[in-house]
Design a protein around this ligand. Structure first.
Ligand SMILES: [Zn+2]
Length: 270
């Protein structure tokens, strides 16, 4: 199993990340994608430790819509700034998370759009996949990907919780949909319906930890080991055996983000 979206270098894991990684590997989670925030030096330092602890983990970095305001008035600098962050991040394989968030509106919408557009352009230029965060901004998110990268940029809509129309547009653009612990929440019928219908080769599963712990751990700090619970629920929704589901999502992850570096035979943690 793979956790396709975790924030393992977040301060929430600073005290016990070794235990968290041990539990993940013990639960059969062989790897994942660790999302880093652009320009966060403390998180970058914690990421070095996470990388040592878990060689199967890959990384993504980008300017989140919540922090897009840092580039207000200098949107033209985004691409160069993120390009430098990518080259300074070992194990990086994606740009993200990037996108639009009109629910919280922590950054002005026009700035969010410019910053997202610049990073889709960078994805087209570098060939890297993107991890998309979108909330209450369906039309603009799809419009920008279509304008800047249709047919040339792909990646994943993470923590999918949108409408069926958004799912269809994302799939038509060649993106995958990643589902979080939200699929275990009692009132998430519409998300479960979309997860049940997503083509098998376009589906990923994630924790988005430390957020969104699945039922029955809902409300607790989430961690990669618990991706298994969400995967079990998804397999059940889709009427497939867990092992077949596991093989399928692991293959999808590797096709999208590349295979992890092979574990060293001398690595006692392998
Ligand atoms: Zn996230």
């Amino acid at each position: 199993m793979i956790d396709s979206h975790c924030h393992l270098a977040d301060a929430a894991f600073a005290d016990d990340v070794g235990d968290v990684v041990r539990r993940a590997r013990g639960a059969g989670v062989s790897g994942g994608l660790c999302i880093l925030a652009y320009g966060d030096a403390a998180e970058a330092t914690r990421a070095d430790r996470v990388r040592d602890l878990w060689p199967g983990l890959r990384f993504a970095i980008g300017v989140h819509p919540h922090q897009a305001h840092e580039f207000a008035g200098r949107e033209a600098e985004v691409a160069d700034a993120v390009r430098a962050a990518l080259s300074g991040t070992p194990g990086v394989c994606a740009i993200g998370e990037v996108g639009l968030d009109y629910h919280y509106d922590f950054s002005p919408r026009d700035v969010q759009r410019s910053v997202f557009r610049a990073q889709i352009g960078l994805a087209r230029e570098t060939g890297l996949p993107v991890v998309v965060h979108t909330r209450e901004a369906d039309a603009d998110t799809i419009g920008i990907i279509r304008d800047e990268g249709a047919g040339k940029v792909s990646g994943v809509f993470h923590c999918f919780s949108g409408t069926e129309d958004l799912a269809n547009d994302a799939l038509e653009l060649g993106f995958l949909l990643s589902f979080s612990g939200m699929v275990t929440f009692p009132r998430a019928e519409s998300i479960r319906a979309i997860a049940a219908d997503t083509p098998a080769d376009r589906l990923l599963v994630e924790t988005d930890c430390p957020y969104l712990a699945p039922v029955p751990m809902r409300g607790a700090r989430n961690e990669p080991a618990w991706v298994v619970r969400t995967a079990e629920r998804l397999a059940e929704l889709r009427h497939v055996a867990f092992d077949a589901f596991d093989t399928s999502v692991t293959g999808n992850f590797q096709r999208t983000f590349g295979a992890p570096p092979p574990a060293s035979p001398l690595d006692p943690r392998a």
